[in-house]
Design a protein. Sequence first.
Length: 309
Amino acid sequence: MNQVTARTNPVSPTVTEIGEEFALDLRSGVTRGIYSPHTAKTYLASVTQFADFLTKKGMPTAIDAITREHVEAWLEHLLATRSTSTAKTRHGGLGRFFNYCVEEGELSVSPMVKVRPPRVTQKPVPVITDDELRNLLATCSGRTFADRRDNAIVRLLIDSGMRRSEIGGLRVGDLDFDMGVAVVMGKGRRYRSVPFGATTAIALKKYLRERSRHPHATAEWLWVGKVGRLGGDGIQQAVARRGVEAGIVGLHLHQFRHTFAHQHLAAGGNEGDLMVLAGWRNRAMLDRYAASAATTRARANYQAPGDRL
C-alpha cells in the first residue's frame, strides 16, 4: 500500500501560503468541471477565514503545527457567531483543504480526521406568497431595459425554480420558444430542459427585443447589464433590490426554488415529476424542499373526519 510521505522543509508553510496553491488547484478544478465556481469560492473562503482566526487568536499558522484542538476552537467560534449550516459548510471546505495538504505531501495526516461536522437542524426555507410575487412583479412592470430584464428573470424563476448557477449560466441560444423550455446545465454538469409558461415566454421575448439594442447585445450570455454579463451573483443582487422595493426583505434566489417545489406539490403534482423538473437525483433533496410550507399543504388538504358524521 502506497503511503504519502510528508516533505521535510526547514520551515513549514503557513495556511495562507498553501491556501494560494489551493486556490489555483480549485480554479483548475472549475475549468475541468470537478467543482462549480460556487463550491470553489466556498472552499477558499473556509481557508481564508480559518487563517484569519488563527492569526487573531495568536494560534500557530504553520501547517504542521495545527492540531485538532485549533480546528475545533474555530468551529466553536463559528457556532457561537454564525449558523450551524455555515459552520458545517466551513468544516467541509477546511477538510478539503487539509486533504489537499496531505495529497501534496505537506502533511502525513489531516488534523481533521476525527473532527465531526456540526449537526445542522434543518429550518424550512420560507416560500414566497402569491401576494408577494405579485408585488415583486409590479416593481419591474415598466418598459426600461432593467424592468424588462428583471421581469423576465423573476418570471423564469417562478416558472422553473432554477438554481442560481443555472439561471446565471444561460446563453441566448439556450431558449427554445417552440418547445417552451430553457436548456440548463445542472449539478454534475448534467443538462436538462426546464419548461416555462406562455406569460414567461412573452416576458423573455420583450427582454430579448430590448437586449438587441443594448451595448452588450452580441454577448452570448442571456442576461446582461451595464458592464456586460450578469451572472448568478448579479442576478441575486438585482432580485434582492426588487424584493426590497416589494417589501420582501432578504429575498434570495433559493426561495424561488422552494416556492416552486411547494406550488408543484400543492397543486397535486407528482413527486417523481418534481425530481425531474428540479434536477434532483435522490429523494433526500425532495424531502428537504418539500419541508417548506408542508404544514400549509397539509392544512389545505385536511378534511375533518367528523364532518362526514
